[in-house]
Each structure stands twice: as C-alpha cells, then as structure tokens.
Design a protein around this ligand. Structure first.
Ligand code: SAM
Length: 327
C-alpha cells in the first residue's frame, strides 16, 4: 500500500486534480456573479503534464484520482486524460466531480476510457430554483446527465447537495425521498464560507438539523458504503435502495482522516484545500524535471499538510477561488 504519509501519520493515497478553472455555471455559494479572473491557457497544465504528475504520485502510493474543476467537462478531450491516468498501473480508482450539464454527452466515452464513478452536484429539483442557484444552468441537462451516467455503467453516481438555509433546505426531504423512490445516493453537504456571495455564506444548516428534517420520512439506519471511503457518514431510510450521506466540513471537520493532495489547474500542489500553501510543480515540469524530482516535491507537499482547517472558528476562507483549486 501507500508509502506516503504526512507528519500526523495520516496515510495519503488520494489526488484530486483540477483540470480547468473554467465553469459554465456561477453557483451562488462558489463564485461571484461576475465570475473570477481566469488563468491563461498556457498557465494550465497539459494532459501530458497532469499524467506525469499522476504517475510520479502513483509511484509514491497514490492509488485514487478524482478529476474536478472548475467544471471538468468544459475542458476539451477529458476522456483522453482519463485514458492516460487509467494506464498507470497503480491507480485503481478514477472518479469525476461535475455539475452534470455535459454528462449525457460524455458519460459513455468517459466510462470506456476508464472512469469508474461520478459525483454530480445538484442543489435543487426545481427548474426555476436551479437557474437561480447556478445563475445560468438548466435542471433538465443535469437530470439527463445523471440518468445517462447510470446507464453507461458509472457506479455509483452520487448526488452532492449543498444545503443553504432559506434557499434549498425545504428540499431536504425531497432529495431524501429520491433514495427510496429512485435509488439515488444523495450526500448533503454543509455550506462552507468560501468565495461566493457574502450573504449566502451565513446560510449554514448543520447536519443535525438536516437529519431532523429527514427523520420525518422514517428512521435513518447507519449504512456501510464500500466505494470511495470519503468523509461522508452514510445512512439509509427504510426500504431505500439508495443511501443518504452527510458531509460536515464546518460543524464536525474530518481533517483527522484527510488522505488528500490537490493539484490545481495551474500545476500547484496544495496540501489542504483551505490553506493557501502551494508547491509549484509546473515550473519544474516545464524545465524537464524527472520523476524523482517530482516525487521529492510531492513528499514535501505531503509533509506540509496542516492538522486541520479553521472554518468552525467562524473564519471565512479567503483565498484562491474554489474553481481554481478544485473543489
Ligand atoms: N463543477 C464541478 C461541480 O459542480 O461539481 C466541480 C467543481 S465544484 C467547485 C466541486 C464541489 O464543490 C461541488 O459539489 C460544489 O457544490 C462544492 N462547493 C463549492 N462551493 C462550496 C461551498 N461554499 N460549500 C460547500 N461546497 C461547495
């Protein structure tokens, strides 16, 4: 298994790769309405460069890769990157986080290329509200993406719902009901105070409050989910074939079991999503660094992982936009 562990003895085996800072949506909790400054194309790592980093990371013990963004499916030729990463022997799990708007178009090709599973971000089941939250999206596209991804054999397809008081928290029972009616795997995520609109960031609904609202549908029983082994705690409603997960980055952080490194679209390795510390890999890559040098830098980033983030102390995270570092 992994030879990589940080200075707090946490094993590190998971690399999240942001393939682009561009996104076709402008979700209110993630980006300001006017968007954010974009990187130039030459700043962004090529697929070949990402592959080189992933290969070096795999030699150190990384065996799970997730592609994210921005919106990863706005970058042309994503299946090609999946194919490259799938060719790395020691990587046995490749997943994608997407808003789903282009998923119907690419799901089958991604699956053929080696993608195993997908998380789709979806915060409402109401068309008008979808448009308000994403500021430009179309609910039907994402719903179609979910169905096509399932039919293509991507498994599991998990639905990530960021819950916001007064905006979509009234839909918690509707999403929960989908786990019974349609076998959906739904994960409710606490809103983190990031770079979105200022008033939005005070709309945290705690997981204990979410649970209360779901238990009007039936008792939640703890449920074991074998795929992913991420930060969610899983439950099931009576007679559900799907599952309900809760992710609590704010009220009960899970940093103690953090197993991740992040590669930003412009080639910086980030030990922690919520810390601004970064180690540049792009310059060494473009100056012809060999695998050994990259591995040294990856180990350095690992050693610099902080013990935990500080959102629970009421800090608003002010740093590079989520879309650049890969949520
Ligand atoms: N575009 C892709 C998508 O929508 O899934 C990938 C990038 S997006 C930044 C990744 C995830 O971060 C999404 O599930 C999104 O809901 C989540 N996210 C963004 N801002 C957040 C915030 N303030 N609090 C909690 N989750 C957030």
């Amino acid at each position: 298994m992994t030879g990589l562990s940080d200075s707090f003895q946490r094993p590190i085996n998971y690399l999240r790769i942001s393939v682009t800072d561009r996104c076709n949506l402008r979700c209110i909790y993630c980006m300001p309405a006017e968007g954010v400054d974009l990187m130039s194309h030459s700043d962004i790592l090529s697929y070949e460069e990402i592959y080189t980093v992933a290969r070096a990371a795999a030699e150190l013990g990384i065996n799970k890769v997730r592609l994210t963004g921005g919106e990863p499916l706005v970058r042309a030729g994503l299946p090609e990157l999946v194919r490259l990463i799938d060719s790395i022997e020691d990587i046995d799990d490749i997943s994608l986080t997407t808003n789903g708007t282009f998923l119907a178009q690419y799901a089958a090709t991604l699956k053929q290329a080696g993608l195993q599973r997908v998380n789709v971000s979806l915060d409402t089941l109401k068309p008008d509200r979808f448009n308000q939250i994403t500021r430009r999206g179309n609910l039907e596209d994402t719903l179609e993406g979910i169905e096509v991804a399932k039919a293509a054999g991507l498994n599991p397809v998990k639905i990530n719902v960021v819950v916001m008081a007064g905006i979509n928290d009234d839909e918690i029972p509707d999403f929960a009901a989908k786990t019974v009616r349609d076998g959906w795997h739904v994960r409710f995520i606490e809103l983190m105070p990031l770079n979105g609109d200022e008033p939005i960031t005070s709309k945290l609904v705690s997981v204990s409050e979410m649970r209360k609202r779901i238990e009007s549908l039936g008792k939640l029983e703890p449920h074991q989910v074998n795929v992913g082994n991420g930060p969610a705690k899983y439950y099931r409603l009576p007679d559900a074939t799907g599952s309900i997960g809760f992710i609590t980055p704010v009220t009960e952080h899970f940093c103690y079991k953090c197993n991740r490194l992040r590669l930003t679209a412009d080639g910086k390795l980030r030990p922690c999503l919520l810390s601004e510390e970064e180690i540049d890999l792009r310059e060494p890559l473009r100056s012809g660094a060999e695998s050994e040098e990259l591995k040294k830098l990856i180990k350095e980033a690992t050693a610099r992982k902080p013990l935990s983030h500080h959102l629970a102390e009421g800090n608003k995270h002010k740093g590079r936009p989520f879309s650049q570092v890969g949520g």
